[in-house]
Design a protein around this ligand. Structure first.
Ligand SMILES: Cc1ncc(C[n+]2csc(CCOP(=O)(O)OP(=O)(O)O)c2C)c(N)n1
Ligand code: SF4
Length: 323
């Protein structure tokens, strides 16, 4: 595809510097899927901003040649939501680890769901804190003992799909880091969904998670892959606009059954697509009709001489500390 005579290929999104994840890390599959998904949507790098949390996964903004920020631990969603609200034309993707998003960042995850801002959150789920050497993340199952742990995990895991549902995310999906073909499609669907999308990606960490490995997800002990595609089995995730209560309840129930399936069969694909909830941008536009045509990011803050038109003096006066 070409836009303004620039050929948009995944190469355009590749950085000039090397990627420093461990060999065999599932993050590579997620990164190349993201570069492909953005390119195949015909987006140019300046139309995209990628925000990362802290952790191995949080380095992703360095590896996608678009706008982006490597933010603070657990704070990726506040940054990303702020950018999207300031510039609603921007395609905003937030990424981060399971520790980042569901440990220190859990309150932001829940409250982002309530807003339903039109952006995408991709959570890299390796069940461990990779960057800090393999401690149990909030997604690690009770009783699991990976090689970095002196004792089996004493806490139960958070089911992030269920948390996303109850928080209000309007698009929920799950992918697998080594199924790039499906992952590209899921990322494109998530980005194109009008509202907040949550994509959990099962991400083997060969350095610290020696239990849920690539071989385990591939089901080498069972003789069939554990991960399967719900869409191939005819699962329909859509809650249509204006759906009645009975339809909504039936869809939520079907979702919960899929979200709780784990072990010998692990569902991937689009699990929920709720078109019945307005986006935050639509809610703002009802209060401020000019919001979309004149959002904060495009307003001219300078006068004809290039000086700021914004009067910050009341703010400074408020900040003044009197001893
Ligand atoms: C406020 C704060 N607390 C703790 C840390 C240390 N820290 C850095 S990365 C990380 C865990 C990252 O794990 P996860 O989000 O699962 O990402 P992964 O490395 O597995 O991709 C922690 C606790 C920090 N950087 N900031
Ligand atoms: S520690 Fe794990 S998650 Fe981090 S780069 Fe290495 S393999 Fe990947």
């Amino acid at each position: 595809m070409t836009v303004q005579n620039v050929k948009v290929t995944p190469k355009l999104y590749r950085p000039p510097h090397p990627v420093d994840w461990c060999p065999g890390c599932g993050d590579f599959g997620i990164l190349s899927s993201l570069q492909r998904a953005l390119a195949e949507l015909g987006l140019l790098p300046h139309q995209v901003a990628v925000f990362g949390g802290i952790g191995c996964s949080g380095k992703a903004p360095y590896y996608v040649s678009s706008y982006g920020v490597h933010t603070l631990h657990g704070r990726v969603l506040p940054y990303a939501q702020g950018a999207k609200l300031a510039n609603p034309e921007l395609t905003v993707v937030a990424v981060g680890g399971d520790g980042d998003g569901l440990g220190i960042g859990a309150a932001h995850f829940v409250n982002a769901g309530r807003r339903n801002i039109d952006m995408t959150y991709i959570l890299f789920n390796n069940e461990v804190y990779g960057l800090t050497k393999g401690q149990a993340a909030p997604t690690m199952p009770l009783g699991m003992q990976t090689k970095a742990l002196p004792e089996p995990n004493m806490q139960n895991k958070i089911n992030s799909l269920m948390l996303a549902l109850t928080s209000g995310f309007t698009w929920i999906g799950r992918g697998y880091a080594y199924n790039v073909k499906q992952l590209v499609k899921l990322m494109q669907e998530a980005i194109q969904h009008p509202g907040l999308s949550y994509l959990e990606v099962l991400q083997p960490c060969p350095t610290y998670n020696n239990i849920h490995t690539k071989e385990w997800y591939n089901g080498e002990d069972l003789g069939h892959p554990r991960v399967y595609d719900v869409q191939e089995e005819g699962y329909d995730p859509v809650i249509p606009e204006g759906a009645d209560e009975e339809t909504i309840n039936a869809k939520m129930l079907a979702f919960m059954q899929k979200a709780n399936e784990w072990g010998d069969r692990i569902p991937t694909g689009i699990l929920l697509q709720n078109r019945a909830i307005p986006t935050y941008e639509e809610r703002i536009s009802q209060k401020i009709p000019s919001y979309r045509s004149n959002p904060p990011a495009v307003r001219d803050v300078r006068d004809e001489n290039g000086y700021s038109q914004v009067d910050l003096s009341p703010f400074y006066e408020e900040l003044a500390i009197n001893y």
